[in-house]
Design a protein around this ligand. Structure first.
Ligand code: FCB
Length: 459
């Protein structure tokens, strides 16, 4: 094993998961239905008809999972709270049993010296709110702030970091624009109000959390450095258009108090934005969560769909093109790809981090990498050397960014466990720990042992 460079003292090492992807027990203790329960029940939505009904059975096996983290030697754990466990219908008083579960988890983590990083929303909206319009309805933002306050009133004194939303771009684009995730709506650009209401929900939640919590308040976005397919001005313009959507739509309003230029999409006004909204959305945060998996290569749109191979957007890319959006994704050649087909480009993490610093300057709060990792063709007994190589190379790129002056405070591997990978069901395994979904047996992979050995030599 080649030791990693030494990270700064106090750097947090963790693993990440999300409620719907691991918990199961979808009807236990008064939990209401979420949009993912509904989506999974619709034929053809999720690969192999998989659902999160049992997932990793974490709701019952969580002590074993906490012990796995303890054995790994990480000092932090990022998990998410399922809103429908706390408010089964998305409004009204808290369901105490739902909060009890997270309180037990948080206390068990703290006993082992593992800092809880709590995400309030990792895409499992109460179905009752979706029935009223979901994130396309402004009221959902207010409901989200009420829910945030309920969780904070119970756990505000113990949680190290509060992440309002996970990857609102993916939730908006896949859930509301393209329909490949729950709630399965294909509104294309008419999904923009959902973007605004997610941002507003974030801002209102920040205000609700301030004063109620002792920990940091953050937002997690996914970023993908955008490479123009060629130097041609049309490709460059397409890359800029995509960058505005993928990387800026949920960052500029939060850090700069304004929306990026969306004129490439024919968007010249945002009638759903009300006076005072942007000030709320730009409420100061203590940290930015950065999820990174791979870069994107973008070209000007062609006449006909031409998706040809591994690319970040996959089949969704074809639908974007059919919808007449001003870009198309193109394969990135010359790099290995993960089991998902995502290109492995560790240098792009360095580019991303130095780019965030250069673009946002003093407006950029300290960064935590809240997700990074890869799926691989894992079988018990086969060492996941490809995952070790992925993590090793990305951590070296991250270290270079820190050496180059980017303020990065922590790194969370996605994921602790193999889990329910949204529309891909159980077909994509991201865990440091193998899960046999028949027996729920957990088996640490080679990458788990590798990370444990690396952490022993970190401060
Ligand atoms: C991210 C999600 C996370 C997981 C990884 C692979 O976009 O936040 O839940 O699915 O991708």
């Amino acid at each position: 094993m080649r030791p990693l460079p030494v990270f700064p003292p106090g750097f947090r090492w963790g693993t990440a998961t999300a409620s719907y992807q691991i918990e199961g027990s979808v009807r236990a203790d008064g939990r209401g239905a979420s949009i993912w329960d509904t989506f999974c029940a619709e034929p053809g939505r999720v690969k192999n008809g998989d659902t999160g009904e049992t997932a990793c059975d974490h709701y019952r096996r969580w002590p074993e999972d906490v012990a796995l983290m303890d054995g790994l030697g990480v000092g932090a754990y990022r998990f998410s709270v399922a809103w429908p466990r706390v408010q089964p219908d998305g409004r009204g008083p808290a369901n105490a049993k739902g909060l009890d579960f997270y309180e037990r988890l948080v206390d068990a983590l703290l006993e082992r010296g593992i800092a809880p990083f709590l995400t309030l929303y990792h895409w499992d909206l109460p179905q009752a709110l979706e029935d009223l319009g979901g994130w396309t309805d402004r009221d959902t933002a207010h409901r989200f702030a009420d829910y945030a306050a309920l969780v904070a009133d119970r756990l505000g004194d113990r949680v190290t970091a509060w992440i309002t939303l996970n990857e609102p771009f993916v939730h908006m684009s896949e859930g509301y624009s393209l329909g490949s995730h729950a709630p399965g709506r294909a509104l294309l650009l008419d999904a923009l109000p959902a973007a605004h209401h997610l941002l507003l929900g974030h801002g209102l939640a920040v205000r609700a959390l301030r004063g109620r919590v002792t920990g940091d308040i953050m937002l997690t976005n996914n970023y993908s450095p955008v490479l123009p397919a060629t130097g041609d001005p049309a490709d460059r313009a397409a890359a800029d258009a995509f960058d505005a959507l993928q990387n800026r739509l949920f960052t500029d309003p939060v850090l700069l108090g304004r929306y990026p230029d969306l004129t490439a999409y024919g968007v010249t006004g945002l009638p759903f934005v009300r006076d005072g909204d942007l000030a709320l959305i730009a409420s100061p945060i203590d940290g930015l969560g950065v999820n990174y998996y791979s870069p994107t290569r973008i070209a000007a749109p062609a006449q006909a769909p031409s998706h040809q191979g591994p690319s970040v957007l996959g089949e969704v890319g074809d639908r974007i093109q059919e919808a007449g959006l001003p870009f198309q994704d193109t394969p990135i050649e010359g790099h290995p790809v993960t089991a998902f087909g995502w290109p492995v480009v560790p240098d792009a993490l360095h580019t991303l981090l130095t780019g965030l610093r250069d673009d946002y300057g003093a407006a950029l709060p300290p960064i935590t990498i809240t997700e990074n990792g890869c799926s691989s063709h894992d079988e018990p007994g086969r060492p996941d050397d490809d995952r070790v190589a992925y993590l090793d190379a990305h951590l070296r790129a991250l270290h270079r960014a820190i050496t180059d002056g980017v303020d990065v405070r922590g790194y969370f591997v996605w994921s602790l466990l193999d889990n329910f990978e949204w529309a891909e069901g159980y077909s994509q395994r991201f865990g440091l720990v193998h899960v046999d979904f028949e027996t729920q047996e957990r088996t640490p992979k080679a990458s788990y042992h590798w990370l444990r050995a690396q952490l022993e030599s970190q401060p």
